[in-house]
Design a protein. Sequence first.
Length: 214
Amino acid sequence: MKFFIDSADINEIKLANERGWVDGVTTNPTLIAKSGRNFEEVIKEICKLTKGPVSAEVISLNAEEMFSEGKNLAKWADNVVVKIPMCEDGMIAVKKLTAEGIKTNVTLVFSQVQALLAAKAGATMVSPFVGRLDDIGANGMAMVGDIVQMYQNYDFATEVLVASIRSPIHIQDAALMGADIATIPFKVMQQMTGHPLTTKGIEMFMADWKNAQK
Ligand code: G3P
């Protein structure tokens, strides 16, 4: 299973990379705005930090503009993946970008059938948003399980990239379901490292070692 970091914060990406947790990066307009930096500058810098795919999202909403914006984003670095929102125009752009050999990530996917359409259009990755579905009382992970199954049934090459992750349990469930990728906020990566028994165990080992030196 691949881990992407869901961030446009260079410092966070460096920290996660140092720990061996970064197979790629996803950004979105909100994360770019939060970084307070110029879009092109920050994406180019991220692309140098990892050889893995770096998703950069288009901000146009019609097919022609998404296509030309996507073509331009793909020129910024070899590992740029063009992130396109799930909508009819988006699917036209995905089909055209795919025909040009440009990788795509279809984002804002909230249903199994949206994921099917993204795969039919030729998307490289599909991003089902689990946390935002959970937030409205639906079951985000159940959708992911269905998408993994549906893609297996028909041998779709589109990778399932689990997004909008809120907690370590989302990653555990995604791994058990066979999702290809989880894109994870840095704070959730840090939460994954901890366990109260690990902390207690380290304290005990240190104390026993100290006592044995007396
Ligand atoms: O990058 C897309 C996705 O992971 C956003 O997550 O937390 O804003 O729902 P969130």
